[in-house]
Design a protein around this ligand. Structure first.
Ligand code: HEC
Length: 228
């Protein structure tokens, strides 16, 4: 049976499919059945709130156009920021999906190839147990860097300029421009631009090592030319 075509089809085609389905679908579902999925509101943490209020200071006009004025009462203002921050996360996530950022960026630091030395701690499954990972944003390939620990790595105005014109900050960057996230210039992100920046600043903001890149120093990569 093992040497016949039908045997190979049975084992390779059906057998391994069943095994993969069991290990990649059934087992995780059973393992995480009791872990509640977090909502965007629950994902607003202190690090992210700081970045969101920082957006309000860096882009006061754009922020006011998008969200209006926070209430004068400090307690109400706190809730106001939290609510807008959560809705910005959701919108930012939609834009990330819609613009196809995941065609070029992964959100998964793998436990191989010393990836953690480049991109921070290896991703754990609990990090994906939330609303903003539906559908999961593992990505399909890496034209650009992994973004799992991107939050806090760059300032929000860096991101604004970069989304407006990647080449202004990174020579010959193949990343597309996203001018429709702005009302004209990089200092005027619209509600979608602010949301996408919020989403990017959220990535990894939940992790105990945040901000992972505070002491980041780039390790020069040996190029083929230098090796010669
Ligand atoms: C065609 C592939 C491509 C697409 C699509 C793309 N990027 Fe990029 N991205 C890159 C590459 C390459 C880099 C590295 C060069 C640079 O900084 O521009 C990069 C860099 C970045 C960085 C900076 C990472 C760092 O700290 O060095 C961020 C953040 C980012 N992209 C977010 C996004 C978002 C959000 C989208 C969707 C709106 C997006 N990218 C779409 C290719 C892409």
């Amino acid at each position: 049976m093992f040497e016949r075509k039908s045997g190979i089809i049975l084992i390779a085609g059906i057998g391994f499919f069943a095994l993969a389905f069991l290990s990649n679908a059934v087992v995780p579902v059973l393992m995480y059945r009791h872990l509640p999925e977090q909502t965007a509101e629950q994902l607003v943490n202190g690090n992210l709130r700081y970045q969101f209020e920082d957006l309000a200071q860096r882009f006061p006009q754009a922020f006011e156009t998008a969200y209006g004025q926070p209430p004068a009462d400090p307690e109400k203002a706190g809730r106001w920021y939290d609510e807008h921050c959560a809705s910005a996360l959701k919108l930012g996530h939609q834009i990330y999906v819609g613009e196809g950022c995941w065609h070029c960026h992964s959100q998964f630091v793998r436990p191989v190839s010393n990836e953690d030395r480049r991109w921070g701690p290896v991703s754990k499954s609990w990090e994906y147990q939330n609303e903003l990972q539906r559908p999961v944003m593992f990505g399909t390939r890496r034209v650009g860097p992994d973004l799992s620990r991107e939050g806090g790595r760059r300032s929000s105005d860096w991101h604004a300029v970069h989304f407006f014109e990647p080449e202004a900050l990174s020579q010959k960057s193949p990343m597309p421009r996203y001018p429709w996230l702005f009302d004209g210039s990089p200092d005027k992100p619209n509600i979608r631009g602010l949301a996408l920046i919020t989403y990017i600043q959220w990535l990894g903001s939940w992790h105990e090592t945040y901000p992972y890149y505070e002491d980041y120093t780039a390790v020069p990569i040996k190029t083929a030319a230098a090796a010669e």
